[in-house]
Ligand binder design. Structure first.
Ligand code: MN3
Length: 215
């Protein structure tokens, strides 16, 4: 991780979106994006800073180090760091993974496409399987497309603000399926939100991430 990436180090700050709050309309509405980014993510950032302010010895650790080596933290802060640090880590990935660019591709190509086709048959078949995973998250959590040096691509679910770092997997893309991500627009219908989300995934970024994982 780049030491110059200040968003990955204490004091943590709200990482700005690279697009407007209304850029994902009509798929993800402006109000949801504002609350999700300005309120939910900001709370995780604030909480994480509050926890670390009394622990200068851990303030130099990157966000990934805090999460990956959480077992080395004092027991009193391990769970709060996992919950709030995970909230920052997961949301930063989630928001970066979205785009309102009208030129956005809607299917992957290159190595990512080959890996998905090898494991799932086609992009459409992958979407069906991914959606099934999203719907099977009980309560709050995330569904990820992940990869590692041994498994080419893999769909995994995590609960609450858990990350895939302890699984030694690298994220390719992820969807936040907490109700706060969709309730204002889709009420309780998570399936509609997942269908909408597929229209605003930054597939070029997912390809870049996949290509950067040494397979
Ligand atoms: Mn969220």
């Amino acid at each position: 991780m780049n030491k110059n990436d200040t968003y990955n180090y204490y004091p943590f700050q709200l990482k700005p979106l690279t697009y407007a709050y209304n850029a994902l309309e009509p798929y993800i509405d402006e109000k949801t994006m504002q609350l999700h980014h300005n309120k939910h993510l900001q709370s995780y950032v604030n909480n994480l800073n509050d926890i670390l302010k009394d622990y200068p010895e851990y303030q130099g650790w990157s966000l990934e180090q805090l999460l990956y080596y959480s077992h080395l933290l004092p027991s009193g802060i391990e769970t709060p760091i996992l919950n709030n640090g995970g909230g920052v880590y997961n949301h930063n990935l989630f928001f970066a993974n979205l785009t309102g660019d009208a030129q956005n591709k809607n299917t992957p190509s290159g190595a990512l496409s080959q890996a998905i086709n090898a494991d799932f048959g086609s992009w459409e078949a992958f979407k069906t399987e991914f959606k099934k995973h999203c719907l099977s998250v009980f309560g709050s959590g995330y569904t990820w497309l992940a990869a590692c040096s041994r498994c080419k691509v893999h769909i995994v679910n995590t609960k609450n603000q858990d990350t895939i770092l302890p699984m030694n997997l690298c994220p390719v893309m992820l969807i936040d399926v907490w109700e706060h991500a969709y309730y204002l627009k889709h009420y309780n219908v998570r399936a509609d939100y997942i269908d909408a989300w597929f229209n605003v995934i930054n597939i070029s970024l997912a390809e870049e991430k996949f290509n950067s994982i040494k397979l």
